[in-house]
Design a protein around this ligand. Structure first.
Ligand code: FES
Length: 135
């Protein structure tokens, strides 16, 4: 089992915080944020991070659920996520910390992520419309 700490990208924007701030999660811990915006989930062996979030009742973005659209993109700030089968993130996005929760599984015991990151400019450019995967 691994632990994933998460922070909603919308909160970072609302507070005028910087995604590259090394103290981002410390700031978030003191900001009295809603449980859906900042917190921690346990991810069981064999479970994707998206599935673990949904099991806890969270409504995180997704569309294809197969590593092909980037709607579920997050930025990793600490730790590592393995993504068997991901097809859409280029090396340049991986280098900037982008990962996918639908096929992503923690590769370290602790991972800190900014979720809801699909609207960040370099990820927004990669995103396929969610409507393409409906039905
Ligand atoms: S939901 Fe499409 S890449 Fe994750």
């Amino acid at each position: 089992m691994a632990r994933v700490s998460f922070l909603n990208y919308e909160v970072i924007e609302d507070h005028g915080w910087d995604v590259d701030d090394e103290n981002l999660f410390a700031k978030a811990s003191k900001a009295d944020l809603d449980a859906e915006d900042y917190g921690r989930i346990a991810v069981e062996e064999g479970e994707s991070i998206l599935e673990a979030a949904e099991d806890r009742g969270f409504d995180w973005p997704y569309a294809c659920r197969g590593g092909a659209c980037s709607n579920c993109a997050v930025l990793v700030k600490n730790g590592e996520i393995a993504m068997p089968g991901q097809q859409i993130l280029p090396e340049s996005a991986l280098e900037r910390g982008a990962r996918l929760t639908c096929v992503g599984v923690p590769a370290t015991e602790q991972v800190d992520i900014i979720y809801n990151a699909k609207s960040i400019d370099f990820l927004d450019e990669l995103r396929l419309p969610a409507a393409q995967f409906e039905g």
